[in-house]
Ligand binder design. Structure first.
Ligand SMILES: [Mg+2]
Length: 220
């Protein structure tokens, strides 16, 4: 039945609001992770960015019925407001996630997976990182592989649930790694034993989509 799931623009709008709330809750945690191996601004930067998005949402800046419009504008706010590496990466994600659903106001789960693929590819293009470089891609790529294999499965919620679990493991997998990207690279072996902050924020943000999707199914 979940394959009948349709995700409308309101779903994405609420997800963005929940992502902003999640960012406030985890601001100190993400910043602490970044203090260990970076410059200690990951949580603060994302908080500034998502506050910008929330403000615009409240102003009802996007009253079109176009999912891409909403996500692209949010991405542009993140890109312009967020410093550090995470701004351009998350900004690109949201700017590109809707590029194949221009003009649509609802998408299927399969289309949703294709959207994530576009967003994650944009992150990869921008950051030029590979699997195992100790970045958010260690979270996102294994999850995406799973989603692509299972996107047509009967139970969409279960598919996303499993993918999020894989993403969480992907974040754990960054702990023993030496960094090959970002500031943590300079630390060499001293980065070992620390979780990459972007790997943490990325699975937690994708998890917001899962939580909101579960609520959609309850409503049906
Ligand atoms: Mg930083």
């Amino acid at each position: 039945m979940n394959n009948k799931l349709l995700l409308n623009k309101e779903f994405f709008k609420i997800s963005l609001e929940k992502m902003a709330a999640l960012t406030e809750e985890n601001r100190d945690y993400w910043t602490e992770l970044d203090s260990d191996i970076g410059d200690g601004d990951h949580g603060i930067n994302l908080s500034i960015g998502f506050r910008g998005v929330t403000e615009k949402l409240q102003e009802n800046y996007d009253n079109s019925n176009d999912i891409n419009d909403l996500l692209k504008k949010s991405g542009m706010i993140l890109l312009s407001k967020v410093g550090g590496a995470s701004g351009p990466l998350y900004g690109s994600f949201f700017m590109k996630i809707g590029k194949d659903v221009v003009g649509k106001n609802e998408v299927t789960f399969v289309e949703f997976v294709d959207m994530l693929k576009n967003g994650i590819e944009a992150i990869q293009m921008r950051g030029k990182a590979e699997l195992g470089d100790k970045t958010m891609l260690d979270t996102l790529l294994p999850g995406l592989d799973y989603l692509e294999l299972h996107k047509e499965d009967e139970d969409s919620i279960k598919v996303l649930e499993d993918a999020v679990a894989i993403m969480k493991q992907g974040s754990d997998s960054t702990i023993p790694l030496v960094a090959k990207k970002g500031r943590a690279m300079r630390l060499g072996e001293r980065a070992i034993g620390h979780r990459d902050p972007g790997s943490a924020s990325s699975w937690m943000l994708i998890n917001v989509f899962l939580e909101e999707m579960k609520k959609q199914v309850e409503k049906v």
